[in-house]
Design a protein. Structure first.
Length: 155
């Protein structure tokens, strides 16, 4: 091999290495931007639960489901970390709550379990918020579901 050919091979190898580094940097930057720009799917239940909710229907599965008119006095009130439960305009319970991801015993599907006052061994209740409706579902074969409608949003 003559000196000219060796020199041209070195230049080609150096150019290829430089080009690979540029592509690697470009791909790395694109990947980083993609990861940063990804958003979570929807808003957490903890954020959407905040506000005052009024009972509209109890789904019992044992007969006619009772419906409650607006102004019935059965309220759930949630702040970022506290709750109040009013029945017929009388305070029934208050304290702190947390929402954790757990599986329903009945279906095996993942859901948002609400735990009141750190009572993890209490009856398992799951919460779902969709627009201005909140549903509480008891995780039991004969468990009820409660439909509440948002009447006030607390910021």
């Amino acid at each position: 091999m003559d000196k000219c050919n060796v020199l041209s091979y070195q230049i080609v190898i150096k150019q290829n290495t430089t080009m690979c580094r540029k592509y690697f940097k470009f791909i790395f930057i694109l990947l980083a931007l993609y990861i940063i720009s990804c958003k979570k799917e929807g808003t957490s239940v903890s954020a959407t639960i905040i506000g005052t909710w009024e009972l509209r229907t109890i789904y019992t599965g044992w007969g006619p489901d009772p419906n409650y008119p607006p102004g019935n006095g059965n309220y759930l009130k949630f702040t970022k970390s506290t709750f109040e439960i009013d029945t017929n305009r009388v305070l029934l319970n208050r304290g702190s709550y947390s929402i954790v991801k757990e599986k329903f015993n009945l279906t095996g599907e993942m859901g948002n379990r609400i735990i009141y006052n750190h009572e993890e061994n209490a009856e398992r209740t799951f919460v779902d918020v969709s627009h201005d409706s909140l549903t509480l579902s008891e995780d039991a074969n004969d468990g009820n579901s409660y439909l509440y409608i948002r009447i006030n949003q607390i910021n």
